[in-house]
Ligand binder design. Sequence first.
Ligand code: CP
Length: 321
Amino acid sequence: MNTMATSEQLSVEHLLGIKELSAADIELIFRTADGFKEVLNRPIKKVPSLRDITIANLFFESSTRTRVSFELAEKRLSADVVNFSSSGSSVSKGETLVDTVNNILAMKVDMVVMRHPDPGAAVFLSRHVDARIVNAGDGTHEHPTQALLDAYSIREKLGRVKGVKVLIVGDILHSRVALSNIFCLQKLGAEVMLCGPQTLMPRYIDTLGVRVEPDLDKALKWCDVANMLRIQLERQGGDGVANFPSLREYAMRYGLDLDRYHRLGKEIVIMHPGPINRGVEVTSQVADHANSIILDQVENGVAIRMAVLYLLAARIPRTAV
Ligand code: CP
């Protein structure tokens, strides 16, 4: 894990979404992440793999986990890193996305990691700038590295993804995590069920090939893993809870507390992509339960992002020096 030499390659030049990846791509990312997890447990958690690569992290929307995780992954790979956030930049003076990125690329940047509020922003960028693009979340569309780290964490906890019954609960309508998870889990042979208020289900739900169960207790009885999505208060519009009567009612019908968990009479794995609204999607007792892998998801995010960056960088044409 210390050279750019890799015999296997991804089928894509950018990571724009899970939809474009094959199952073989995902398995390659997982095997590469296994190697990087071993690196991250060494006393010196750093390899020189991306020593001659410069990566710009462009965040046009808030982030804690993804932003820190990408920056750590890049630094663990010895890449040069430049961080950009839209607040305090020339975006506030009306500069376009393509102009902003092309100005950054003029400073010899090889890869761009971008979070943006608009669905399709990463695809748009990949067609207009000369750099490898990694989608770190584009509006309500896709969040591919989150889905990869989620599936990787299930594989780590249960030893497989194929055949595992995964329940995704909550705000499916606004969730890029849900869409990327559905694509990723299905490509790996898992079964997927969705549960949440009817008002938070997308209209195209029938096209996704998933089961829908409105009753959380029945859905929990079916699953091996429950991924409790964050209610995206910032995307509900109106008074913030326009799609359901109140957060209290949401928590009663779709939240997971210890009583509901114990009533199941079986063990299930609990996941949450973060940030958690504690007491809404899950109570603190559930978030911190022995069967919760929420912090393992965060830990695995670094190895998964190292793998993605490493494999995409291997596809950058090099000139001999
Ligand atoms: N899970 C996730 O994307 O978290 P952040 O918004 O903090 O990056």
